[in-house]
Design a protein around this ligand. Structure first.
Ligand code: F6R
Length: 240
C-alpha cells in the first residue's frame, strides 16, 4: 500500500478528486464507491463542483453504496444515503439507475444484500473506491475480526457505537450495519484509503506498522495491488 501525506485536508480532497475525475475520463462507464461519514465530505463538494465546472461527462457512471446503518434511510440526517445525497448526488443531474444504494430499512436484509451483489456483478465489479477508516480500523462496516465476503449484515463494534453519535442530530439506537464485504472491496480495481486529523493518527500508525489481519480491517488493504493510503499531515502525527 503506497502512502502519501498531503499538507492539509484541502489538498487531500483535491488529490482524490483529481483521481476520480481522471478515472471517469478514462472510463466513462466507471462504477464508483465513496464512503459516507465525515472524512470524504470535502471530496463530495469538490467532485460535484468540478464535474460541473469542467463539464465532465458523468452520465454513464454508477455510484455504488459502501454501507448503511440498519434501520436508517434517506429520511434520517446522517445516514449514509442522506449524507451522499445532500453533499453529492443532489448537486448532480443523475438518473435513478446511476445510484445503487443499500436500503437500510429493507424488511428482508438478506434479499437486500443479494440485490446489491447482483447489481455489482452485472456492472462488472467496482472500478474505483474511496474508503474512510474507523477508529478501530473498520472499512465500511467490516468491523474487527468479522470476515465477510459479499454484502453482509454486521453487528456494530462498541467503538463504532461510541463514535456514531457524531453523525446524528438526535439520539438513535443502532446495532447493525449493512456493508460491502471484503471480496467486493478487494476486487475493486483501484482503492484510496483516506484519513484526516490527529484523531486518526493512532489507527493510521497501527495500519502502517501491522501485518495484514482481520484484527485491524484496514491492514487487509495491504494485500491489494492498487491501493493508496492518502492522509493529511495531522493524521500522521501521533497524539501524545
Ligand atoms: C461510512 C463508512 C465508515 C467510515 C469510517 C470513518 O460510510 O464506511 O467506514 O468511513 O467510520 O468515518 P469518518 O469519516 O466519519 O471518520
Amino acid at each position: 500500500m503506497k502512502e502519501n501525506i498531503l499538507n492539509n485536508y484541502e489538498q487531500l480532497c483535491s488529490v482524490i478528486t483529481d483521481e476520480i475525475i481522471e478515472q471517469i475520463k478514462y472510463k466513462p462507464k466507471s462504477v464508483i464507491t465513496i464512503a459516507g461519514g465525515q472524512t470524504p465530505t470535502g471530496v463530495y463538494k469538490m467532485l460535484s463542483e468540478r464535474l460541473i465546472s469542467e463539464q465532465v461527462d458523468y452520465s454513464k457512471i454508477t455510484f455504488v453504496s459502501l454501507d448503511e446503518w440498519v434501520g436508517l434511510d434517506i429520511n434520517t440526517n446522517g445516514s449514509c444515503i442522506e449524507t451522499l445525497s445532500s453533499h453529492l448526488f443532489n448537486n448532480l443531474n443523475l438518473n435513478e439507475d446511476q445510484i445503487v444504494f443499500f436500503n437500510g430499512v429493507a424488511t428482508n436484509l438478506t434479499a437486500e444484500c443479494n440485490r446489491i451483489d447482483n447489481i455489482i456483478a452485472k456492472l462488472g465489479g467496482i472500478d474505483f473506491m474511496v474508503l474512510g477508516i474507523g477508529m478501530n480500523g473498520h472499512l465500511g462496516f467490516n468491523e474487527p475480526n468479522i470476515i465477510t465476503e459479499n454484502s453482509s449484515i454486521v453487528s456494530l463494534a462498541e467503538k463504532t457505537k461510541e463514535v456514531m453519535t457524531k453523525y446524528f442530530d438526535k439520539q438513535i439506537e443502532l446495532t447493525h450495519g449493512i456493508t460491502l464485504g471484503y471480496k467486493q472491496i478487494m476486487e475493486t480495481n483501484k482503492i484510496i484509503l483516506m484519513a484526516s486529523g490527529a484523531k486518526k493518527s493512532k489507527i493510521i500508525e497501527q495500519t502502517i506498522k501491522s501485518e495484514a489481519s482481520y484484527d485491524i480491517p484496514s491492514t487487509i488493504l495491504k494485500k491489494h495491488s492498487n491501493c493508496q493510503l492518502l492522509i493529511d499531515k495531522d493524521a500522521k502525527e501521533v497524539e501524545a
